[in-house]
Design a protein around this ligand. Structure first.
Ligand code: BG6
Ligand code: MG
Length: 220
């Protein structure tokens, strides 16, 4: 049977996690809240509104839904401004080479992202042709750590979740992969979480990590 690779987007295929952080920092600063490393890591993978709720835990006033929606819209405006600068050169050589090689080897490949901006990023950077399926934040009811995004991605690839490997940089994403019944590879911030099946420090290590999981799962 085929094997599926489901990639998270922000912080895995491209460093847009930095732009998410900078956009939230600008919005939070107006409320007198600082987005430190710890808070920024908690925002990885979770939805736009869940991120705002997380930021507001450090705030002493209760905001109305209209106020929250205005803040989330403001964050997205700033984030979209950063995204305007993206080009195919925004994807690292390591990532491009790994995707080309895995594609040639016949893996079925998907993006599974909580972001409603994922299709825009995939188009701007030329990532789209590498993937059979892109599941983004507008296609799901519940964002990570809910497994919905990965269950949909596996189903879009025509594979059972336990025949798919998720590559993630967030704790919420590793939890989503586990709940979906997928195997998982941690990268970046998710490495220290320690709950993925294996971890990589760079994209060049991806083929070895996939091999470790293939053996663990006893796939033919
Ligand atoms: C995820 C990011 O990919 O998408 C989160 O890791 C972000 O930080 C989420 O909150 C939603 O993104 P967007 O672009 O729909 O606001
Ligand atoms: Mg991510």
């Amino acid at each position: 049977m085929r094997t599926g690779l489901i990639f998270d987007l922000d912080g895995v295929l491209i460093s847009t996690d930095i732009y998410h952080r900078q956009a939230w920092a600008a919005v939070a600063a107006k409320l007198g809240i600082a987005v430190d490393d710890d808070l920024a890591d908690q925002l990885r993978g979770i939805s736009r509104m869940a991120s705002l709720e997380c930021i507001l835990r450090g705030y002493d006033r209760t905001l109305s839904m209209e106020e929250k929606e205005a803040l989330a819209a403001e964050k997205n405006r700033i984030y979209r401004w950063f995204l305007e600068s993206l080009t195919p050169a925004s994807i690292s050589r390591d990532v491009m080479e790994a995707l080309s090689s895995l594609r040639r080897q016949g893996y079925s490949m998907a993006i599974g992202s909580s972001s409603r901006n994922a299709p825009f990023i995939a188009d701007r950077t030329g990532l789209r042709p590498f993937f059979d399926v892109i599941i983004d934040g507008s296609m799901i009811r519940n964002a990570k750590p809910d497994p919905e995004v990965f269950i949909l991605a596996a189903s879009g690839l025509g594979l059972p979740p336990d025949r798919c490997i998720v590559i993630e940089d967030s704790e919420s994403g590793i939890e989503a992969a586990r709940s979906a019944g997928c195997f998982s590879i941690a990268t970046g911030n998710a490495v220290s979480y320690g709950k993925a099946d294996t971890a990589i420090s760079s994209f060049g290590d991806l083929p070895d990590a996939i091999e470790i999981i293939r053996r663990k799962a006893a796939w033919q």
